[in-house]
Design a protein around this ligand. Sequence first.
Ligand code: F0G
Length: 398
Amino acid sequence: MYSLKCIECGKEWGDDHYTCECGGLLEVRMNLDEIEVDFKLDGNNITVWKYKSLLPVKMDPVSLGEGGTPLYRAERLEKETGIRRIYIKHEGLNPSGSFKDRGMTVGVTKAMELGKRAVACASTGNTSASMAMYAAKAGMRAYVLLPAGKVALGKVAQALMHGAKVIAIKGNFDDALRIVREVCEKEGLYLLNSVNPFRPEGQKTIAYEVADEIGVPDRVCLPVGNAGNISAIYKGFRELVEIGLTESMPKMTGIQAEGAAPIYRAFVEGKDDVTPVKNPETIATAIRIGNPVNARKALKAVYDTKGLVEIVSDDEIIAAQKFLAAREGIGVEPASAASVAGLRKLAERGDISPDETVVCVVTGNLLKDPETVVRVCGEPVSVEASMEAVLNSIYNLV
Ligand code: F0G
């Protein structure tokens, strides 16, 4: 059905591995010639598990109803940018409020198949919330390492309430990932970061769903942090072409925050790997990552599809978050808005054609990060409990 191969040297490994002895990441290769694809791209019954024949698990999934997220047409954004068709894939409407649920339903199901009792991850927040939720459903213990003081409150709340052991380290995400990899190795915990080759397999269903609903767009635009998602979506579209269900590839377009942009720097210099950024910083804490583990895969996806990588400032991110929320009715967290901020910038500069059909993936829900919202929007107006006071406030008399 599939094999697990090193992306650098091609060596084959068994299920219970994440990296090769050469240091390369492992990737699932579905045996597409042998697989009987049992779904049609007809727009019906869209969920992650519609595509089970292309997912590397056998048992009944540990599922909470992930996938099948709305794909909205963003008409005001089209008008503003001059781009003919823009769709927004709202991944914030997954069960835990982010796209991570797609990877976790597959990753935790694989953990069950392997007989694991405990799972672990490092996270900027969403991975931990999702992992805690799916571990709860599966009846497994969950251990989470977070960069102290740099994770949005809603995400920490989720991980805590779903019963994970949450450990805040005095370091950044890159430190947390390095440590959790060592801990997992030593203690036999099952690592569920995107270095785990089964996680991206779930995330590739974003590509399947988009193709199912509107066919293959000209471009997919998304925020990039650890670079797992852009690599996974690329893989999904590539597989559909290999099977013969579709014919083209979208230009994979990654957007990074200005203060955490190692992949952008590599792209500008035409390199196939990154120089890590030591002290990454951005208001979009979800993508505050300086040493993305999937960088090589992501750069390949971009080069192979003649895509782009762009950077956006914190101000541009917040402006896009406000535009989506107040003009399109789509509530997302700051990192997610980076995709739209990047699209606006590329359109304004004339780097993308007005004739394109573009899908922006927005990755996490507005409710994840209420503290930033209050910071950028201010507190509600407070008035006496009377109609006069309310009317005065509405008409701005006081
Ligand atoms: N958007 C959101 C809301 C995220 O939480 C993340 C990553 C990304 C975009 C970037 O995705 O890492 O695949 O390039 N969050 C991870 C976490 C790192 O721990 O929750 P990526």
